[in-house]
Ligand binder design. Sequence first.
Ligand code: SF4
Ligand code: SF4
Length: 345
Amino acid sequence: MLVLPHSLSLITTHHCTAACDHCCFSCSPKITTRIPKEKITSLINEAQRIPTMKLVCFTGGECFTLGNELDEHIAQATKFGLITRCITNGYWAISLEHARRRMKKAKESGLKEINFSTGTFHQKYVPIERILNGTLAAAEAGIFVVINMEICDQSDEIKNNIILKNEKLIELHNAKKILIQRTVWIESDGNASLSHPENRSRFNPSNKSACRTVLNVLSVTPTQDLIACCGLHLEKIDELHLGNLSNSSIMDVLKNTQDDLLKIWIHLDGVEEVYLQAQKEDPSISLPLSSTHPCETCLSLYKNKEAFSAIQKVVKRNEKEIMERYRNKITLQIFDRNVINNLSF
Ligand code: SF4
Ligand code: SF4
């Protein structure tokens, strides 16, 4: 499989201190499925042997429930020269002092970036004040912070403003020490009805974009499946599963996987553009215009039999062109990397 991944996303566990409605992996405190510790160690070992790999992301579920083990993995990746990122709901930041102690330890292990997930659905389980504590403590320790705050019509903006209107956080954001961004909260297997304004549709030309993660980020699930992206619906789209790693290495799975033109096309032009081409092939296909996230569009494309069959025909006809564009892109990436490497010597 022709692929130059820059990141490895480890969905370390499905265990979480929260059980947010519409969590993309339906995580909860009751679930304990996780990648075994020794396997995480060997995956990080493998990551450093993949020349294009730059970053290891620890996510879940809630990766901080791994406790000291998380720091061991961060330290291992750091020793190998890999950048590290953790994605958390911030449950552990019960006070500023507590958060400072946790972030000091993470910094000493080498953690470069921490992402806090928050918003109305998270706040049922994790008070927003903990995001404030965690962010201030991480920024003080010199760890770059990203706050991803859910957005949908059902969001409680008064509560969200504790973060969005906090003067200290605005100052840190303006100084580029933290990044506060809104990320759409989409339907998964939850109960609450979610809605978004029409202008958030991914089919709005200004919202369309290539998929930045497929073939760039490889993920490993708690059941040790290797996935071709780190998308929200990765567990629901079988075609994104490349193979199981219980008894195989990442390189073995990649070597035994054929290039997939559909994934390549989604990587190049984005899933909405691909869906539009399916509709051009078969005008009876209706587009999922209410989709507000590329992974939502993607799930629809893979599950809609008519759209999937139409796109296979288009892909086959354009095989040569798609592969040529992909090869050119990869060649440029290799060239860029050589230039950067040469400059750093
Ligand atoms: S905090 Fe994240 S992983 Fe945990 S239940 Fe909520 S959305 Fe899922
Ligand atoms: S759009 Fe599809 S391929 Fe891209 S990240 Fe989402 S699920 Fe993965």
